[in-house]
Design a protein around this ligand. Sequence first.
Ligand SMILES: [Zn+2]
Length: 338
Amino acid sequence: MKVYLSKAIRIKGKEWSIACDSTNSKYYSLVFYSHAHSDHIPRKLPATDIISSLETKSLLKNFTSNFSEGRFFEDYKIGETSFKQQSAGHIIGSTALKIKSSEGTLIYTGDVSIRNKGFIEPFKPDKCDTLIIESTFGLSQYEFPKYEQVIKETQESIAENLDNNTPVVLMGYALGKAQMLYHAFSHLSENVILHGANYKINSLLKSEGIKGAVDCVSYQHAKEKGLMEKEGNWILFAPLKSGRDDFYSYLRNKFGAVLYAFSGWCISSNYKYRMNVDYSVPISDHADFSELIEICESCNPDRIYTIYGSNIAFAAELRRRGFNANPLSKQTLLDSYF
Ligand SMILES: [Zn+2]
């Protein structure tokens, strides 16, 4: 199998070729979408064979045009080659792809996490010959603390604020991070409010029958009903932005709300001040540095291609550890022929 970059991540076998997480709508005979984050999907679906999970398919229906032209498959086979998905543990519906043929076994992780967060199945690394792995947090300073411990401490902190009638705003991306936050924190208050962006995705998950939604009212509704003035112990789930943003300044000034930012980037020491938030919590829907290494060790492949984020530095680190690793770049195509 050849792996290269040409307007998309491409994998080519003797009788087939597949494009992974292509953001362009160009025709490929076969495409794979690992999850529905906007940097992994096109605006317009190509009229072709598409491998994705059922959840991702439902999200694509709402996020892309030309949906009816795509032919969706959960598993796929061409001749002796099989294409199978497994949970990538990143967000709702995210999957990794395992390709098996007489030329060997390849795993493409997409965005990936091996942490058990209690509501999506973590990625389970498996022996393969070729591994294509993301490296968003591929630098050694990105080590996240234990998930359960961070959640417990944050639950206590939120509960204390709510007990003091201080409302809290929990900020994270509306698809992915938000469902993780609902799972961990929504039970702490009876007054759960969702910002418009979160409410839209939440309604979509409910209408498509995808798990991860929360019972709530919209910010618009809460505002119209005066709920936020009446109750001092509400939780608002909202997108992650700077505390200097007009909306968040308003919530702070009017209701004395405190802001929690949830991001893997919180590991950077000045993040909290840069974002002007009251609390910064290092949880992520990606693997941290050690977990990326752990995936590579467990898969124990003959060659590794790193993609996204710190892919050059991460490949260099893997080579230091004895792996045959390279960042996936245009050069890879030349290297694979010569
Ligand atoms: Zn993602």
